[in-house]
Design a protein around this ligand. Sequence first.
Ligand SMILES: Nc1nc2c(c(=O)[nH]1)N[C@H]1C(S)=C(S)[C@@H](COP(=O)(O)OP(=O)(O)OC[C@H]3O[C@@H](n4cnc5c(=O)[nH]c(N)nc54)[C@H](O)[C@@H]3O)O[C@H]1N2
Ligand SMILES: Nc1nc2c(c(=O)[nH]1)N[C@H]1C(S)=C(S)[C@@H](COP(=O)(O)OP(=O)(O)OC[C@H]3O[C@@H](n4cnc5c(=O)[nH]c(N)nc54)[C@H](O)[C@@H]3O)O[C@H]1N2
Ligand SMILES: [Mo]
Length: 765
Amino acid sequence: MSEQQPPFNTPTEHTGLKIKKPKRKSSGIPAVVAAVGHAATYMRPGEALRASLQLNQKGGIDCPGCAWPDPDDDRSKIGEYCENGIKAISEEAQKKTIGADFFAQHSVAELGTWSDFKLGKAGRLAEPLVLRAGATHYAPISWNEAFELVAAELNHLPSPHAAVFYTSGRTSNEAAFMYQLFVRAFGTNNLPDCSNMCHESTGVGLSRTIGIGKGTVKLQDLYQSDLILVIGQNPGTNHPRMLSALEKCKENGGQIIAINPLEEAGLVRFVDPQSPAKILRGGTALADLHLPVAVNGDIALLKAIMLRLWHQDREQGGEFLDWDFITNKTLGYEAFIEDLRKQDFNTLATASGVPRPQILAAVEMIRKAKSMIVCWAMGITQHENGVDNVQEIVNLLLFKGAFGKPGSGACPVRGHSNVQGNRTVGIWEAPQPEFLDRLADNFHINPPRAHGLGTVDAIQAMHAGKIGVFFALGGNFLSASPDTAYTAAALTRCRLTAHVSTKLNRSHLVHGQTALILPCLGRTEIDLQAEGEQFVTVEDSMGVVHRSKGILAPRSAALLSEPAIVGRLAAATLGSERPVNWEQWIGNYDLVRDGIAHTVEGFENFNEKVREESGFYLPNDPREGHFPTPAGKALFTINSVPVQQLADDEYILTSVRSHDQFNTTIYGLNDRYRGVKNERRVVFMNPEDMADRGWQAQQIVQLINEHGDQRRVAENFLLVPYAIPRRCLAAYFPEVNVLVPIGSHDKDSKTPASKRIVVRLEAAE
Ligand SMILES: Nc1nc2c(c(=O)[nH]1)N[C@H]1C(S)=C(S)[C@@H](COP(=O)(O)OP(=O)(O)OC[C@H]3O[C@@H](n4cnc5c(=O)[nH]c(N)nc54)[C@H](O)[C@@H]3O)O[C@H]1N2
Ligand SMILES: Nc1nc2c(c(=O)[nH]1)N[C@H]1C(S)=C(S)[C@@H](COP(=O)(O)OP(=O)(O)OC[C@H]3O[C@@H](n4cnc5c(=O)[nH]c(N)nc54)[C@H](O)[C@@H]3O)O[C@H]1N2
Ligand SMILES: [Mo]
C-alpha cells in the first residue's frame, strides 16, 4: 500500500467492554425496545412508522435486511419485520445526509482514522463525488462527467478483461440484469459478487449433487417438518423471522437440532415480539438438542451420525433409511457406504468435538423423523472444505429420502436480500453457455465465453497490476474481502475505483489513482422515472420472486436509482442504443423485465406474474423429486474428514456477526445475546483454555496468523470467557479479516475460509 493511503482497517482502540451473562432467550420486549430506539435515533419520526408498516407486506418494501421469505398468506398486520429489519431500514433511511460540505471538511486521510461505526453513522451519501489523482479530499462532480470519466477509462483499457465489475446482493433483479448485459456487451465475464464469499460453496455442492444450486423447501415445509437441523447458522441475529417458522414447527410437534460451536440464544428460546400472549408465557423453547461441534468438525459429526444410523438400519432390517428413494433416485450409494464403513465411530466423534451421548441422541431423533430439513449458512460454507460440507449434508438428506416430499429438503439460508436473484439473472463469473446463447440471440451481442474472475481471483489480478478499473454495484469490497492488507494493496493498484453506494464505507477511502462515489436510492425510497413511479423485484431464499416498492421521499434530489446509474454508464461506454435503448429501459422497468423474461428460465410473463400479490415461485425440480443432473439422479459423494492438526499454541478462530451489524455496516457496539456490551474488539475463548494460559477476562491479546510466508496480525483484542469448544475461538467480522489468508479458500467454490483461521495468541506487553 502506498504511504498516503489511509488505514485499511477500523482503529484498534477499545470502546469500553462490559461483559454480561449470555442470554438464553431471543427477541421479546428487549428486541422491540432496541428496534424502536434505533429508528427514533436515526430516522425522521413519521417515516420510521410508515416504512416499518410497509416492510415485507405484499407489494410493500422488501426488507433490505436478509433473504428470509415472507409468508405466502398470513402476514402480520402490524408489519412483517424484526428488530434487525428495523435497524436495516433506519440505517438506510437515515435523516442525516453528507455531500460537498462534509467532504470539503474531512480529508480522505482523516476519514480513514474513523471507526467503521462512525463512518456509517455520518449519514446518507447525497451527491456524486470524485477523488482526483493526488487529491486529498473528495469533491463534487456532475453525473454526466462521472459517467464520461468511467467510460473513458473503460474504453482505454488494453482489454475488457482489465476491468472488474463487483456486485453486492442488495441490487435488484432489474439493475443486476442491466449490469451483466452491459458488462458482457463490453466484453468480459469479470463479474465477481458477494456470493463468492458467501453461499458459493452451497451453489457448487448442490449443483453437483442434486442438479440445482438452490434450496428445495418452501416455508410451509418448515412448519410441517418432523425434524429441522440448523447447522452453522445464527438465525436469532441474522434471520430473525426464521424463528417464527421454527416456532410453528415446534407447535406442530416437530423437533429442532442446533449444530453450532456456540449455543446461540435465538436457537434456545424465542419470544415472538408481535404476540403479547407469548411474551407473557415466556416464549417457545426451540432447539431440543444442541451439538457443540468444534469449528469445522461438521463432516466428522455428520459421518458419525450416518455411520450409526446405517448400522441401526441394518440391525432393524432396513427401517430407518428410505430404501425406495436410495434405490430409485440416487447414484453412488455403494461407494459412499464402502467409504463410510471404513470410518471408526469413536475417532469421528472425537474429531467432531461433540460428546458421544449427544451424537447418539441426534441419531435417535433423525432415525424417528419421517420428514427432515437441514438449514445452513456461513458456518458450513466458509471453509476450505465448504463444498464438501454441503455435499455431506446432502448425503444425510439422501439417506432419509428428504427430497420431493412435504416437510423435507435442503434449506441453505441466503444472506443479502437479493443475492439469489442476482445470480439467477446473470451476475456470475462462470455463466452457463445456454444463458450466453440466449443473451446473444435476444440482444445481438457476442458475449465472451471464457469464465471471468470471481472475488478471490479478482483481488489477485488487481494485486498483480492486471486490472485498470474496479467498479462496484453496492457493497464494501475492501472490508468484506479476506486478507485486508493484501486487498487494500490490490485496490490501490487500479487506475480507477468506483462505487455505487448508499453509505460511506472504507472501500471509498482505500482507493485507486482516481476514485468515484456514485450515490444511489435505497429500497425504502420512491423511484420516479420518465414513465412514472417504478418498482423493482427480488428473489428470496426459497425462490419466490416478488415486488419491492419504496415509499419515502429520496434523501437527496441528486440520487439516481441503480438501474439509472447502470443504464447511463452503459450508454456512455457503449453508445445509447447498444445493445438496447438504455434510456427507454431506465424510463420503464417493465422493459427490463421483458428482457429478463426472454432470457431467464422461469420468468415467462414476468410482468404479469410479478403483479400478483405474493409474487411467484421459480421452477425447482428437486422440490418435486426430480434431479436435473446429467444422470437424472441425485448423487452420494465421498468427502474426506478434514485434518485439523494444531501446534500447542495454535487455535482455530471463526469469524461471526454480532447482533448489531449488517456485514460491514456497524449498527451499534453491543452483541446483546452473547452478553457483550460496548465493544467489538473481543475474542471469545473457552475458560479452561484461558486458565491453561493463566489469562483472565479482558486480558489483551494479539491474534497472529502465519500462513505461507506472511505474518498477519490483528491487534488489541479483549478476551471474553465463553462456552465454546476447546481450542476454538470466535471474533467479529470484519475486524479479523486481516487474518484470513487470500490463499485459504475452498478449492472449487473459492469461498474464503473465514470460518476457520489458524491463529496463535500472544498476550500484549
Ligand atoms: N442482522 C443481520 N442480518 C444478516 C446479516 C448481518 O450481518 N446482520 N448478514 C446477512 C448475510 S450476507 C448472511 S450470509 C447471513 C449470515 O448468517 P449466518 O451464517 O447466521 O452468520 P454468521 O454470524 O457468519 O454465523 C455463522 C454461525 O455459524 C457458527 N459457526 C462458526 N463456525 C462454524 C463451524 O465450523 N461449524 C458450524 N456448524 N457452525 C459454525 C457461528 O457460531 C454462527 O452461529 O445473514 C444475513 N443477515
Ligand atoms: N471474515 C468474514 N468475512 C466475510 C464474511 C464472514 O462471515 N466473515 N461474510 C461474507 C459474506 S456472507 C458477505 S455476503 C460479504 C458481504 O460483502 P458486501 O456485500 O460487499 O458488504 P456489505 O457490508 O453488505 O456492504 C455494505 C455497503 O453496501 C452499500 N449499500 C447498502 N445498501 C445499498 C443499496 O441498496 N444499493 C447500493 N448500491 N449500495 C448499498 C453501503 O454503501 C454499505 O456501506 O462479506 C463476506 N466477508
Ligand atoms: Mo452473505
